[in-house]
Design a protein around this ligand. Structure first.
Ligand code: SIN
Ligand code: FE
Length: 292
């Protein structure tokens, strides 16, 4: 099965036909990537000054924006410049929402908007610790923001002004990855999750599902043999293209690239056409018990 399914959308807001919608829904639920090669996000002339890594504060991986309270993090600069980048990220957040409503209307009602990010730093050669290293294959799982079983959808747009692609690798299907690693994982330590919640290490209770997803994410990244020998498919997403996938399911790694916009959404598994395909249901079948 191919990892990518192309959809010819050229605009964030234009109505899409039923073939595009059917293809996109099937791709999402099969754990494929929906690739929109003709969909670009345009920077206004005055916003092109943001196409340099200097605005990044150096400590965070990315500049990140929260549309619910209009706050921006990981960025240097005075309040006027911060407001300007926040406005750009708000525009991207709104564009992705109208695309999601258009392309995946059956998800629209359940969709919960998460953070928006701008990634202006070149990936290649960026030092980081292994479990934070996105050049290693992994499914996404957020340590501080447990999803409680909800799906993670991300909408990426490569906005590189020099025509440079974003080089990804896509790994094996989630069920076979999970079947390999789940038997090696430890159960949560008694009391540890209460403590994390009390100390605000986690924003909400880390469910068993979140515990195992994070442990899978870490175990996969830490296994050098797996990283070297696992089945993987390389693809460079061209500059000025967009792609969408369930990043909690699609094993992915990024080797190189600079300047990316990304919008995160959460989706309750009940909003899926086939909830039994979700990592939550896959892990519950493997574990033989409910995990949330
Ligand atoms: C990731 O989500 O692991 C990184 C994707 C990217 O920055 O291209
Ligand atoms: Fe990731």
């Amino acid at each position: 099965m191919d990892c990518l399914v192309s959809v010819g959308a050229k605009s964030w807001t234009a109505e899409l036909g039923p073939e595009d919608r059917t293809a996109a829904l099937a791709a999402m639920e099969n754990g494929q990537v929906v690739f929109l090669p003709q969909l670009d996000f345009t920077f206004r002339e005055a916003e092109k000054k943001f196409l340099t890594p200097v605005w990044s504060n150096g400590s965070a991986k990315n500049i990140s924006y929260d549309a619910s309270n209009k706050s921006i993090r990981g960025m240097k600069g005075d309040s006027a410049i911060r407001d300007e980048l926040a406005a750009l990220l708000q525009r991207y957040a709104d564009a992705t929402r109208s695309l999601m409503h258009n392309l995946l209307p059956t998800y629209a009602l359940g969709l919960i908007r998460g953070r928006t990010s701008f990634r202006p730093v070149e990936i290649k050669g960026r030092p980081t610790k292994v479990t934070k290293d996105d050049t290693r294959l992994h499914p996404d799982s957020f340590p501080a923001r447990p999803s409680g079983g909800k799906r993670i959808i991300r909408v990426f747009c490569n906005v590189n002004p020099e025509g440079k692609g974003r080089d990804w690798r896509i790994g094996e299907p989630f069920p076979s990855f999970a079947a390999k690693f789940l038997p090696r994982l430890k159960r949560p330590v008694v009391g540890s999750r209460e403590l994390m919640y009390l100390l605000r290490v986690t924003r909400s209770w880390r469910t068993d599902y979140d515990h195992y997803m994070l442990a899978l994410h870490d175990a996969g990244k830490l296994d050098d043999e797996y990283q070297k020998h696992a089945t993987q498919y390389s693809f460079s997403f061209p500059a000025h293209s967009t792609w969408i996938c369930f990043t909690d399911e699609v094993l992915h790694a990024v080797d190189a690239g600079q300047y990316l916009l990304e919008q995160t959404y959460l989706l309750p598994v009940e909003a899926m056409a086939r909830p039994q395909q979700s990592p939550l249901r896959v892990l519950e079948r493997l574990a033989g018990r409910p995990l949330v």
